[in-house]
Design a protein around this ligand. Structure first.
Ligand SMILES: *Cc1c(COP(=O)(O)O)cnc(C)c1O
Length: 430
């Protein structure tokens, strides 16, 4: 993807505040082992990763703040720019939060894999003191497994680069496009499908490339739906985002705009009342939010989703099926229920893309079918996402369903219901 070398500083928070190569830190505080702030490993309470139905993560989050940011005021902690500036990005910083396994330490000690490492203090507070198998920890802390390349894996398995009429724009389906507006994320998911383009010091396409992408949309009247993604588009400043939405809204054939983001999950502080006031001027605007586990549904994230929903933005979720994270009917059902409580409608469940170094995250396809079968009929239809495989090679999303058609008997179609009982539907062949 394109390099965002000329991103205007006044409009681009990430470049302004994150000069390339700057060594990231846990901030200005000294909380090293000798400081008395860092709890000794033995004293660190290890919290079960599936506690009862109390508000998720809150005790852990409070302990994290007490330990690492005791003097940071709420106004700073709740400021999304502070969260971005103080991301955890180094082995040193991470070692202070978690006791690392050899597999985790070794990859960072060797300079990491393809995708950079980084997470917000907020998301770090959700994994503080967690054990290596903790689902959220697995999703953001790299391991040596990322360096293992398995058969069938590729850096660009979806063939996005081959469907790019201009850099930063993927035109795969007839009436809609994917517009990649930044390569930056506040927190990097280890299973990222776009590891090849995100987080390499570029914050997105430069103005010339973005102008070329907008121009392509302008002169392609069959495009009625623009999906803005990245990187994470909500890491752009309000001004930059508003400029982009304004450009898209000036194109008469663009009917809907969608934003694909994980910000409400990893940086909920970004969803300010001002942002929501701005977004609501660009309706019809939809959002696809990325969630992988019920522990992500915290009070902060709930507030962010509530603000977005109150701004009239229909919220859908996208979840990647991940081994050891959410490959379980009960975990997935709880996630879907919590999403609905936050007014987010489950949209897609993705089979994990065969991105290079992803084999430790991938499950058999049958696991996804088992999960859908465990949801459909057993809970609200609104809680059941579509299970899809994004076809390697660029075929687009292909839906998969458990097989509910058992066969035929004469003029009857034989159908299996959610309980496994067989029913007949009269369906004469003519
Ligand atoms: C997922 C995707 C879309 C949007 O697909 P929907 O099924 O409409 O949500 C559009 N373009 C590309 C390249 C995609 O990967």
């Amino acid at each position: 993807m394109a390099v965002m070398s000329s991103c205007r500083p006044a409009l681009c928070v990430t470049e302004e505040e994150e000069p390339p190569g700057r060594s990231p830190t846990l901030g200005m505080l000294d909380f090293g082992a000798g400081s008395g702030i860092l709890p000794a490993a033995e004293e660190t309470p290890l919290v079960d990763f599936r506690p009862a139905r109390r508000p998720r993560g809150s005790g852990r989050a409070r302990a994290f703040r007490r330990a690492f940011f005791p003097d940071v005021r709420d106004s700073e902690w709740n400021d999304w720019r502070w969260q971005i500036r103080n991301r955890i990005q180094s082995l040193d910083a991470l070692e202070r939060i978690l006791s690392l396994s050899d597999e985790e330490r070794d990859i960072l000690a060797h300079g990491g894999g393809m995708l950079p490492f980084g997470l917000t203090p907020y998301y770090a507070s959700l994994v503080y003191t967690a054990l290596p198998g903790h689902p959220l920890r697995r999703s953001v802390v790299p391991t040596m497994h990322e360096l293992v390349r398995s058969p069938g894996e590729a850096d660009d398995p979806l063939g996005e680069d081959g469907h790019s009429p201009v850099p930063g724009l993927v035109h795969r389906y007839p009436d809609r496009v994917l517009l990649l507006v930044t390569g930056f994320c506040s927190t990097y998911c280890r299973y990222c499908t776009r590891s090849r383009v995100v987080g390499h010091g570029h914050t997105g396409p430069d103005d010339a490339h973005l102008a070329a992408a907008l121009d392509y949309i302008r002169r392609t009247p069959r495009i009625r739906d623009v999906l803005v993604s990245g990187g994470d588009p909500l890491t752009l400043s309000d001004e930059r985002l508003e400029w982009l939405l304004g450009q898209l809204r000036q194109i008469p054939h663009v009917e809907i705009v969608r934003l694909g983001t994980k910000v409400p999950t990893v940086l909920p502080q970004r969803v300010t009342p001002q942002l929501c006031r701005m977004l609501r001027r660009y309706h019809p605007l939809f959002m696809s939010l990325h969630f992988i586990h019920p522990d992500e549904c915290t009070p902060e994230t709930t507030e962010a989703c509530t603000r977005l929903a109150d701004a009239g933005i229909p919220l859908g979720s996208q979840t990647v099926l991940l081994r050891g994270v959410n490959d379980d009917v009960e975990v997935m059902k709880e996630l879907m229920h919590r999403l609905l409580l936050m007014r987010v409608r489950p949209y897609y469940l993705y089979q994990c893309d065969p991105i290079s170094g992803s084999s430790h995250f991938r499950t058999p396809v049958s696991k996804g079918l088992e999960i859908i079968q465990g949801l459909r009929g057993h809970t609200s239809g609104y809680a059941v996402p579509s299970f899809v495989i994004d076809a390697p090679g660029g075929g687009g999303k292909i839906p998969l369903q458990p097989d509910y058609v058992v066969g035929r008997e004469g003029d009857d179609l034989l159908l299996r219901n959610y309980e496994g009982r067989i029913f007949r539907y009269p369906d004469p062949l003519d």
